[in-house]
Design a protein around this ligand. Structure first.
Ligand SMILES: [Zn+2]
Ligand SMILES: [Zn+2]
Length: 391
């Protein structure tokens, strides 16, 4: 196993730094400079047409959704299946987003999930700081960023993605220059369309996505697990079409939703679910409600135990022991419910395997599982009240 460097490479002296990747450095610097100077200058001197703004919005949404619904939830995690026409669109607008080919993106992302936070093996480990996880990992040839496609055999069989990988540069040029210029010419505002829907759109779609690797591992809540740095953050969810619920995503990566509650802002999940109605997506994977409740409760117990352990020494001993007993009792109830759920699920699967399950039996199994889900929900409520007393 490679030994962990004592000094993070991003902080090491320049002489020992990994070599710079000039193409990426120029790309990120030039788009930033152009967006910071040419866009406001043109806006102030010539003004942008309404149609250029609409085009900017459409391309930004198409780029971000192709990354979130296409690269991320379809290809990297296989959370659903999609019709070839939809995959083609994701490939075209994903190329326009200029975040590398789907093969490179997904293989890096699968490594990120497998080795999350590992200094040497997570390609964009948040442990190496904001700059590295946001953009630094792409501008130098770090060993953690070495391309290795051994973890994407399924994607290498996809002909649309193989085509993208072979013709990536022409695809990038046509979509980034050709599409905004052509649309601008048709609208009679070539430069306005190019600066807004070409330059500004690229800069924003880049950094909004990069926030997931940086900020979504640093800023927000951890309601489902604290075993990694991923956070749930509704502000980032708005900027990233739903990817801000990153704590949920890291524990249940095979779920097509990131914002699992119906009210959580996740347009990507709404897109995937609504395209199912017209047959463009199918086999959407969902995490069973019980497993979600179990994760939430486990975290609540962990926090309650920590609070109990840190109660001030002046707290009356009888009060502490009463609270401890109540938490212990709730924990036993929780473990019993988890064991019962596993048993019912196993029986159900066993019966299904033997193909002897009747319709009424199926309904009764579902009913028992639903009751267990409900019991965990009620327990979470009781634990919240208990935690308030611990505060
Ligand atoms: Zn992550
Ligand atoms: Zn992911």
């Amino acid at each position: 196993m490679p030994s962990r460097p004592t000094v993070p490479s991003s902080l090491a002296p320049a002489a020992t730094r990994a070599p710079l990747i000039w193409t990426n450095t120029l790309l990120f610097s030039l788009t930033f400079l152009a967006a910071a100077t040419l866009v406001p200058w043109y806006g102030l001197t010539h003004g942008f047409s309404a149609s250029a703004w609409v085009l900017f919005g459409v391309f930004l949404a198409a780029n971000e959704m192709s990354i979130t619904a296409g690269y991320h939830r379809l290809w990297a995690h296989r959370t659903y299946e999609a019709h070839w026409s939809l995959r083609l669109l994701f490939m075209i607008f994903g190329s326009m987003a200029l975040q590398n080919t789907a093969w490179a993106w997904c293989s890096g992302h699968r490594r990120h999930h497998l080795h999350v936070d590992d200094f040497d093996r997570d390609p964009y480990s948040a442990q190496r700081g904001f700059w590295f996880s946001h953009i630094g990992w792409m501008v130098r040839e770090y060993p953690s960023g070495q391309e290795d496609f051994s973890n994407i055999p399924d994607l290498r069989r996809d002909r649309i993605l193989a085509f993208q990988h072979r013709h990536y540069v022409p695809l990038v040029l046509v979509t980034n220059f050709g599409l905004p210029l052509l649309a601008g010419w048709l609208m009679g505002d070539v430069w306005g369309a190019f600066l807004l829907a070409g330059v500004l759109r690229l800069l924003l779609s880049h950094h909004f996505t990069f926030f997931i690797n940086s900020l979504a591992h640093m800023w927000g809540e951890r309601p489902y697990t604290d075993e990694n740095t991923a956070r749930d953050n509704p502000v980032l969810a708005v900027l990233t079409f739903g990817e801000g619920y990153h704590n949920f995503h890291h524990i249940f990566a095979h779920d097509y939703r990131n914002g699992v509650r119906w009210w959580q802002w996740d347009p990507t999940k709404w897109l995937i679910a609504s395209l199912q109605v017209v047959g463009l997506t199918r086999r959407l994977k969902r995490t069973p409600v019980f497993q979600i409740q179990r994760a939430l409760l486990s975290m609540q117990f962990t926090r309650a135990q920590r609070k109990l352990a840190s109660l001030p020494a002046i707290a009356p001993a009888s009060r502490v022991s009463e609270l401890r007993q109540r938490v212990a009792h709730e924990y036993d109830t929780f473990l019993a419910a988890v064991a019962e759920w596993a048993k019912v699920k196993e029986q159900w699967l066993e019966e299904k395997k033997r193909a002897v399950i009747e319709h009424w039996e199926h309904a009764s199994f579902q009913q028992r599982l639903k009751e267990l889900e409900r019991s965990l929900r009620l327990q979470r409520r009781r634990l919240r009240i208990l935690q308030a007393q611990l505060a």
